[in-house]
Design a protein around this ligand. Structure first.
Ligand code: CCH
Length: 285
């Protein structure tokens, strides 16, 4: 069948597994960064690419990868994410058939699975769009705001309280950087391992205002080495949010399951998929 042999390349699950494996390999190879992994910043890239979604207008979301372009790349919330986009350039060069929008979301999935988090079923189908699809500034949450702001921002994407709390549990990974957001420090003692520690510490530690010249953030009274954002503390100040914090602090399995479901939904907001089938790509260990 000559036509088929010379037709356009249609990648299979195996081809996407190869992309996954290459990202996983680079995560191990390039361990001289932050706490030893680019994984957390890749998760943040996938989230900021997707979290611009507006359910009313159907604009934003991971379809398009418009953060490649200014003005979106210059939005304050996206400071530091060039690091993640640059990390993925060699992967895009090696597998030029994958769209940036599929690559960025797949990288978030890879990072969570490789950092010992839950399996995240994923499917391809996103198309890159041009600069005209850039979203306006202000669609991502502000760290200095309260429960009303968080509920409003995530509600615009279509998430309920349970999903909002689960998603923010990704703060078990990584850290804040003074030269990016102005905030500084990790949320827990194992920033390169996906756990429910963020929730356990939120409820079990005592959090006090950090005394410093930077933006208002909390520090743990015991070691003074951890941090929480005002928006993180909103999760225990609001009764409805706190219910879920308590559940996740107690039960890591429940958190893993509900995080996975919410993260799948996040990465798919606004994407006109042509297939219902999702794959769990194989983790390397
Ligand atoms: Fe986040 N996040 N995030 N976050 N975030 C920051 C870092 C990470 C907020 C603010 C910040 C989610 C929700 C929220 C990650 C994943 C998710 C930083 C520090 C701020 C500020 C940035 C810096 O300085 O580098 C706020 C506010 C909210 C909601 O109200 C959600 C949802 C997710 C994913 C599902 C990850 C991972 C990081 C660490 C990045 C790194 O570079 O280590």
């Amino acid at each position: 069948d000559v036509a088929k042999a010379s037709g356009p390349f249609v990648p299979t699950k195996d081809d996407y597994q190869k992309v996954y494996d290459e990202i996983a390999r680079l995560l191990v190879e390039k361990d001289d960064y932050d706490d030893g992994s680019y994984g957390p910043v890749l998760v943040r890239l996938a989230w900021h690419a997707s979290g611009t979604y507006d359910k009313e207008t159907g604009t934003g979301g991971s379809n398009g990868a418009t953060m490649r372009f200014a003005p979106e790349s210059e939005h304050g919330a996206n400071a530091g994410l060039k690091t993640a986009r640059d990390f993925l350039e060699p992967v895009k060069a090696k597998f030029p058939w994958i769209t940036y929008s599929d690559l960025w979301t797949l990288a978030g999935v890879t990072a969570i699975q490789e950092l010992q988090g839950p399996a995240i079923p994923w499917r391809p189908g996103r198309q890159d769009r041009d600069v005209s699809a850039c979203t306006p500034d202000g669609r991502l949450p502000d760290a200095d705001k309260d429960h009303k702001h968080i509920r409003g921002i995530f509600g615009r994407m279509g998430f309920d309280d349970r999903e909002i709390v689960a998603l923010i549990g990704a703060h078990s990974l990584g850290r804040a950087h003074a030269d990016r957001s102005g905030y500084d420090g990790p949320w827990d003692f194992s920033p390169t391992v996906f756990t429910n520690e963020f929730f356990r510490l939120l409820v079990e530690e005592k959090w006090a205002w950090k005394k410093w010249s930077g933006p208002d953030q909390y520090t743990d009274k015991t070691t003074k080495t951890l941090m929480m954002l005002p928006a993180d503390l909103a999760l225990i100040k609001d009764k409805e949010f706190k219910k879920h914090v308590d559940r996740y602090a107690k039960d890591s399995e429940v958190f893993f399951k509900e995080f996975s479901d919410a993260f799948v939904k996040l990465l798919e907001l606004g994407v006109p998929f042509t297939t219902d089938e999702r794959w769990v790509l194989k983790a390397t260990s």
